[in-house]
Design a protein around this ligand. Structure first.
Ligand SMILES: *Cc1c(COP(=O)(O)O)cnc(C)c1O
Length: 320
């Protein structure tokens, strides 16, 4: 193992952008560009995996195992980490058959991740301690990291994101997308500011738990009108393309598209006042665009410019 890549001092930029809505209203947003943190270990996944890699190394584990859907950003990031840091990785994938044409699966295989398909019924037990123990006997001495990478070690990395945010700018509230909740939870624990969380997965138990823990400090919204997890409504697609055209910032429909859409168009509901400065956290995840193109949920003709800027943006990574 060689986890040197995590010792590099990273500090992703905060960018001030203007977005003009179709009704002419001009919004000023601060964007924390965590999508620029690394070309293959994207955004919040870098933050969450950093200290997990450390645990794997110091604990003398022989590898890291985790869970994800067939198009998961976490699986993509963990496989890249495994390749770069020379750590064997196992991905338990929610699928009956591994589709070798799926771009995320292809990437994981290229990164030498060992992929194990789990039926939907088995996958539902991914947080169940008995089930994890049975996997641990089959794959001994691996560090088991939960789906999305959200565990205690992840909180340490998210705390570093919070420290950067506080040092880099003044803001009244911040906004972030919620999947497994590890990122928003870590930020709420580290920062005094109110948070706006846009949930992209319907998970009532998680949302209740987050709300109980953080009370009125968290405004949590699951915006059903933008479609279920992984689906793309025409309004959401148009918004992502328009936002990129106006700001140059590439976003995707699964996480960050829903986040920015809500910050721009659902302001009153989210309690955002016009004079407030909102720091929106770009958590990365742009590899997900390939999966949407593959499933023909979006057309590459419209997305080529976004894909190109998500690939080109690392040319000046050295200057971050
Ligand atoms: C995984 C992911 C999230 C969700 O983060 P959680 O810590 O699981 O809530 C948000 N945005 C992007 C781009 C992601 O890939």
């Amino acid at each position: 193992m060689n986890i040197e890549l995590f010792s590099r001092q990273v500090r992703t930029p905060v960018q001030n952008v203007k977005y003009v809505k179709p009704d002419g209203q001009c919004l000023n947003l601060l964007v924390k560009r965590d999508d620029l943190i690394h070309p293959s270990i994207s955004g919040n996944k870098w933050r969450k995996l950093k200290y997990n890699a450390n645990v794997a190394q110091t604990g003398n584990f022989s590898g890291i195992a985790s869970f994800g859907g067939a198009f998961s950003n976490h699986i993509a990031a963990l496989s890249a980490l495994g390749k770069l840091a020379e750590i064997p990785t196992i991905g338990f994938i929610r699928t009956d058959n591994l589709d070798m044409q799926n771009p995320t699966i292809k990437l994981a295989i290229k990164n030498n991740m060992r992929l194990v398909p789990l039926s939907r019924a088995d996958y539902r037990r991914r947080h169940d301690l008995d089930f994890i123990a049975s996997l641990q006997t089959q794959f001994p001495n691996h560090l088991f990291v939960p789906e999305g990478g959200s565990n205690d070690a992840a909180q340490l990395g998210v705390k570093e994101l919070a420290t950067e945010m506080e040092q880099q700018c003044q803001f009244d509230k911040y906004a972030v997308a919620i999947g497994s909740g590890g990122t928003v939870n870590g930020l709420l624990n580290a920062l005094p500011h109110p948070a706006i969380g846009i949930a992209v997965v319907k998970d009532e138990q998680l949302h209740k738990q987050l709300q109980q823990q953080h009370k009125s400090k968290l405004t949590l919204h699951y915006n059903a009108s933008l479609g279920r997890y992984g689906s793309v409504t025409p309004a959401l697609e148009l918004f992502c393309l328009d936002f990129h055209r106006q700001t140059g910032i590439p976003i995707e429909p699964i996480y960050t598209g829903k986040l920015f859409y809500n910050v721009c168009f659902n302001r009153e509901f989210l309690g955002i006042k016009d004079q407030e400065t909102i720091l929106v956290i770009h958590t990365g995840g742009l590899q997900g665009i390939n999966g949407l193109v593959y499933r023909q949920k979006i057309s590459p003709i419209h997305w080529n410019a976004v894909i190109a800027s998500s690939e080109n943006q690392y040319s000046d990574l050295e200057n971050l």
